[in-house]
Design a protein around this ligand. Structure first.
Ligand code: C2E
Ligand code: CA
Ligand code: CA
Length: 649
């Protein structure tokens, strides 16, 4: 398998057997003694064959020698190389420069004999000396020289690890240089391709990077819903203009699209988003190059206007509001988008933009929701906000401690002077803060959203009162409970009221729900209110329209909404002119024709009562008869008034 012509196996004395089956004493073989002592050896037999000898070691001790003989031709085949298209020639020499294995093609070497032996060329002579030194030092190297027949050759010498031999390879230099040219060209082509490829990759990567950057910028700075600026971009832009601005040159405005969430709920999110986009487009049209407009959260927008006068800000906002609602010109039934505004005149341009926005927000929230107004920030607003926060913080404990008391104000029927019903009005009797009026906390809870919980509390108190009287067999009267418009933000809120009422087993028709007139302008969808009224009746509640005339009352409301009664706001009776009387008279007349009961609210003077009686108003509620009072007091009051009799329903 390994190309040996013969193998010999013998003991340390040299007694052994050969592969040709002959037995001899082989101790005379070259290298035998060294191998019997544990070394490997290689020797030459008649300069034509190579003899390898190796010790046979078993468990640490030498018990024999294995010798193998190979043909030289066999070795020559080994060093014959196909490299460089067969143009190279190799041989193996030992470190003393004796040839160990010569190549089959010896022409080269014969030709070289002269050269090396003659040593005519001093340069070559020194290279040869260097080579000899290197070989001794086990270092490989290259010699370049010209043969006597004028061929440039390269000779490399590589010391082999085995047996201190050295591999010599000689080849014509032009093969290398030819290959080198090809190699250089190839390398050039390759590197050009690599450069082009890398440039392409780089270009693509740059493209991807920039498009990612644009995307990131888009995500970071563009409001996905409206395509306008988002808040981060707004703050960035504001910072840039405000950094060089004088105090009081700019105004930051907070705008809130009233009932945006409701629009979402009633019309669906697409319509909601379209509305936001519409508002953003209008804002975009109205701002100048050094100003900014952005959307915050939900229906919340911010403006940074280059205005320093309140009237200028108000005028600009007026234009914006008109433009936002301009679409109504084409609509049969108008739908008004209300933008509530608060503004902060930037007196301290170095302030954090968020603080400026908070101030504008605080100003906006400081006044009741009312279209067309803009509240401006002042230091008092923050103080009031703190107070409001304090009230909101007190709510939970007060609900738990029953600090809220329900007072009742009777509604007197003008026809017979009997108490027809009463309105439940909440009072806050705080153990530390003292008596707090609804006007001081109702708007606060309206803004914070806690009003719904309070309304449910009042409603339950009313049910408990009625249930107590029913249980005692005492006479009961219908009670009107106020419902905040905030309830309309949740679907089927009425069911919760009905559940509480049923829990107390209060018969239908004993509870009236008062909806404030502004609900028709704020809830947005008239159908929704119509549906709520229908549902109230279905659940056995009466429904009354409160504060009629306080806002943008329309007689059309009476026609469209199937309410049981309408409460004419106190403001109607503050004006004593004939004209005001005429208005009240026609409303009462219209209501009567529509089968709606009329209640005059906030009546203080007996002459007003006479007038109301003369025009056929059904009920009067006001200080002229009684102030709101606790249920027990009301009963006592009724007894006194009716000579001990309380109207039994
Ligand atoms: P409102 O529903 O319009 O209630 C009538 C208000 O007019 C009551 O004020 C009542 O005390 C007052 N009032 C009655 N007669 C006269 C009068 O002759 N002259 C004058 N000047 N005022 C009179 P109040 O109790 O301070 O309540 C204020 C508002 O707070 C209520 O107005 C109502 O909107 C709200 N409110 C009261 N209780 C509740 C409640 O439980 N839930 C809700 N959502 N709102 C409530
Ligand atoms: Ca009311
Ligand atoms: Ca009212």
């Amino acid at each position: 398998m390994l190309g040996f012509t013969q193998l010999v196996l013998c003991d340390v004395e040299g007694e052994g057997i050969c592969t040709d089956a002959s037995t001899h004493n082989f101790s005379g073989l070259p290298g035998f003694e060294a191998s019997a002592a544990g070394e490997r050896g290689v020797s030459f037999l008649e300069n034509q064959r190579i003899l390898y000898t190796v010790p046979i070691v078993y468990e640490g001790s030498i018990f024999g020698v294995l010798a193998g003989e190979r043909d030289k031709a066999n070795m020559q085949a080994l060093i014959a190389t196909d490299g460089f298209d067969g143009n190279s020639v190799s041989c193996i020499i030992d470190r003393d420069s004796n040839v160990v294995i010569s190549p089959t093609n010896l022409d080269f070497f014969f030709a070289l004999d002269d050269l090396f032996v003659a040593n005519k060329d001093p340069e070559l002579a020194s290279a040869v000396r260097e080579m000899q030194a290197n070989m001794q030092a086990n270092v490989s190297g290259v010699i370049v020289f010209t043969t006597p027949d004028g061929v440039d050759v390269i000779m490399s010498y590589d010391p082999l690890e085995t047996f201190d031999w050295v591999l010599l390879t000689i080849l014509p230099a032009d093969i290398i240089s030819h290959d080198t040219d090809a190699y250089i060209q190839h390398t050039f082509r390759l590197s050009t391709a690599v450069i082009v490829l890398f440039s392409l990759i780089l270009a693509v990567m740059c493209g991807i990077y920039y498009s990612h950057r644009r995307q990131l910028e888009h995500i970071a700075f563009v409001d996905p819903v409206t395509g306008g600026m988002n808040n981060a971009r707004f703050q960035y832009s504001c910072r840039r203009v405000l950094d060089g601005a004088k105090p009081g040159a700019f105004t930051v405005v907070s705008l809130n699209l009233m009932d945006y969430r409701l629009i979402n709920e009633i019309f669906g999110p697409k319509e909601g988003n379209d509305t936001l986009r519409h508002v953003m487009q209008v804002l975009g049209r109205h701002i100048r190059p050094d100003e900014a407009a952005a959307r915050g959260e939900a229906g919340h927008f911010f403006l940074c206007l280059h205005e320093h006068r309140e009237d200028a800000v108000i005028a600009r906002l007026g234009e914006i509001r008109a433009d936002v609602n301009a679409f109504n010109a084409q609509r049969e039934t108008p739908y008004y988008l209300t933008l509530l505004a608060g503004a902060y005149l930037v007196q301290e341009p170095g302030l954090d933009i968020t603080v400026m926005q908070d101030r504008a927000d605080a100003a906006r929230k400081s006044k009741p929701a009312e279209n067309g107004r803009c509240a401006f920030y002042d230091a008092g607003i923050t103080a009031r906000m703190h107070l409001e926060k304090e009230l909101v913080n007190l709510l939970d404990s007060s609900l738990a401690n029953r600090d809220f008391k329900v007072y009742y104000q009777p509604k007197v029927r003008l026809r017979d002077g009997q108490v027809a019903s009463a309105e439940a009005l909440v009072r806050w009797q705080h153990p530390q803060k003292g008596f707090i009026y609804p006007s001081d906390f109702i708007p606060v809870f309206e803004r914070s959203g806690d009003i719904c919980r309070l309304d449910l509390y009042v409603f339950e108190e009313v049910c408990a009162m009625l249930a107590g009287r029913l249980a005692q067999g005492a006479p009961v009267f219908p009670v009107a409970v106020n419902l905040s418009r905030r309830h309309f933000q949740t679907t089927d809120f009425l069911q919760r009221f009905a559940d509480i009422r049923d829990q107390y087993q209060i018969p239908g028709g004993l509870i009236e729900l008062e909806l404030t007139e502004s609900i028709f302008f704020t809830v947005g969808d008239i159908l929704n209110v119509k549906e709520a009224i229908r549902r109230m009746h279905e659940l056995g509640f009466l429904c009354s329209l409160d504060d009629f005339g306080a806002g943008f009352s329309s007689l059309g409301l009476l026609k469209s909404f199937m309410v049981d009664s309408v409460k004419l706001d106190r403001s109607f009776f503050l004006d004593d002119s004939q004209r005001a009387h005429d208005v009240v008279e026609s409303i009462v007349e219209l209501a009567r024709k529509l089968g709606i009961e009329t209640v005059a609210e906030g009546i203080e003077a007996p002459e007003q009562v006479d007038f109301l009686r003369s025009i056929g108003c059904d009920l009067v509620q006001g200080y002229v008869y009684a102030r709101p009072m606790p249920a027990e007091e009301l009963e006592a009051w009724m007894r006194a008034r009716h000579g001990g009799e309380v109207t039994q329903i």
